[in-house]
Design a binder for this molecule. Structure first.
Ligand SMILES: NC(=O)c1ccc[n+]([C@@H]2O[C@H](COP(=O)([O-])OP(=O)(O)OC[C@H]3O[C@@H](n4cnc5c(N)ncnc54)[C@H](O)[C@@H]3O)[C@@H](O)[C@H]2O)c1
Length: 419
């Protein structure tokens, strides 16, 4: 195993070869990483991807963990990261995990404890904070130009054509068909936390059902989108909106301070930023200015990576954290907090917006209170299965919707579990 501080490439294995391919491609010399193994239960796809990278392949996670490597990147199913992260940490590996870090409170508790016990690096792979615009907004916010954040909005709405959406959600029980509308909140929330350096302390949520032509013709049993309100530890209020409302694909951030406003200039968060200050707050500065920032460093590498450069920065920060032994900014506590917002907002949405307190996952007393909270909406989850995937409850898709979905899954060569 490569020692902390060593200049040897960090040898990385990736679990999941869908999204996982971005991490595989990013495990490059430029960040001091080397891809050495891939793991996926989808054997045909694994074989193809393994061939492209020329590395060892495994269909069994335990066998994969026996490979001689330093770190594991988790890009398996959305709702199954925590148990795999804990197994990898216990086996002595550094771990970077895709969202969600945890999908129950008990998993959040167990994950924080496992990271502390292992002494290994854990990073939550949120890539949206690292676009050039979001890094610049953090810099401007820290300069004090817009004062203290009072209110902020984050939006990640992934409008999608339904046959395409089904093609990335193979099998009736696939997480994308079941995921409650609040759970994928980290793309909207993480940049706001990063810009303002705040943590959520109270949460509520409301979920929205799409009643138009789309809903009856799909295997998706979850709602279209949600709004989450967070009270932050600074007293500010953040509003988080997403996730798959058909209107428009949009990623947007805005922070209102007591001296001005900063936000993404258009509906595309990879573009420019806008700073606004009222005339009476001018202090010699222009009232309004917009520009397209570059990254403070490594722009040439970030420009070639996906998600507004974020896919470069996650690997970069993970590698640096491993080498230095210092926790990354997106450490286990921030990762678990962001994902717990999604869980609590769902509890709240099912109670039509009742507010709920966020546990402080750094405190063992708070962890003790939630260590057995397995409340879970997933069909195959470890919880008691009491949480429905929609505010309408659970409605099995009709025969026509299932037939359409199965047609799409057959076309992409999916041979796994269907219902
Ligand atoms: N940050 C981003 O921009 C971004 C973008 C896309 C996806 N994601 C996240 O990445 C993760 C993966 O997304 P995806 O679109 O590839 O999902 P997916 O469901 O299409 O793929 C998951 C892969 O993991 C494999 N897998 C599942 N369980 C396994 C196991 N026990 N052992 C071995 N392999 C297993 C599956 O066969 C599949 O190939 C999700 O958590 C998703 O939220 C993040």
């Amino acid at each position: 195993m490569a020692k902390r501080g060593s200049n040897k490439p960090i040898r990385v294995g990736v679990l999941g070869v869908g999204r996982g391919q971005s991490f595989a491609a990013g495990a490059s010399e430029a960040v001091g990483m080397k891809l050495v193994a891939l793991c996926d239960t989808w054997a045909d796809r694994l074989k193809q991807v393994g061939k492209r990278y020329g590395v060892a392949t495994y269909t069994d996670f335990d066998k994969f963990l026996e490979h001689d490597m330093d770190a594991v990147i988790l890009a398996n199913y959305f709702h199954q990261h925590a148990p795999f992260a804990i197994r990898a940490l216990n086996a002595g590996f550094h771990v970077m995990s895709e969202t969600a870090a945890n999908t129950t409170l008990a998993e959040g508790v167990a994950l924080c404890r496992a990271v502390e016990k292992s002494g290994k690096t854990y990073m939550f792979a949120e890539n949206y904070p690292f676009s050039a615009a979001n890094q610049e907004m953090r810099k401007v916010y820290r300069s004090g130009e817009i004062g203290n954040a009072i209110y902020a909005e984050g939006e990640y709405n992934h409008a999608a054509e339904e046959d395409w959406r089904l093609s990335i959600s193979p099998g009736f029980n696939h997480w994308r068909n079941w995921m409650p509308s609040t759970y994928y909140c980290s793309h909207a929330l993480a940049p706001l936390m990063y810009i303002t350096d705040t943590m959520p302390v109270k949460v509520n949520g409301l979920s929205m059902v799409e009643t138009g032509s789309k809903s009856p013709n799909t295997a998706r049993v979850a709602d279209a989108g949600s709004v989450i309100l967070c009270r932050m530890d600074s007293g500010a209020v953040f509003r988080i909106m997403g996730i798959m409302i058909s209107s428009e694909h949009r990623v947007r951030y805005e922070v209102h301070g007591d001296k001005g406003l900063i936000g993404t200039a258009t509906g595309n968060a990879w573009g420019g930023i806008r700073i606004h200050r009222e005339e009476w707050l001018r202090e010699g500065k222009p009232v309004e200015r917009s520009y397209s920032p570059d990254w403070p460093e490594h722009g040439d590498l970030a420009r070639r990576a996906g998600h507004g450069g974020g896919d470069f920065w996650t690997n970069f920060h993970f590698a640096n954290a491993i080498r230095s032994g210092k926790p990354p900014y997106l450490d286990v506590y921030r990762g678990v907090a962001m994902c717990t917002v999604g869980i609590l907002a769902w509890k709240s949405a099912l109670a039509d917006g009742a507010p709920l307190d966020m546990p402080d996952f750094k405190k063992e007393s708070a962890r003790k209170a939630h260590e057995n909270d397995h409340w879970s909406p997933w069909p195959d989850g470890s919880g008691d299965g009491t949480a429905p995937p929609s505010i309408r409850g659970y409605e099995k898709p009709n025969a026509k919707a299932l037939a359409r979905s199965r047609g799409v899954w057959k076309r992409i060569g999916y041979k796994g579990k269907d219902v």
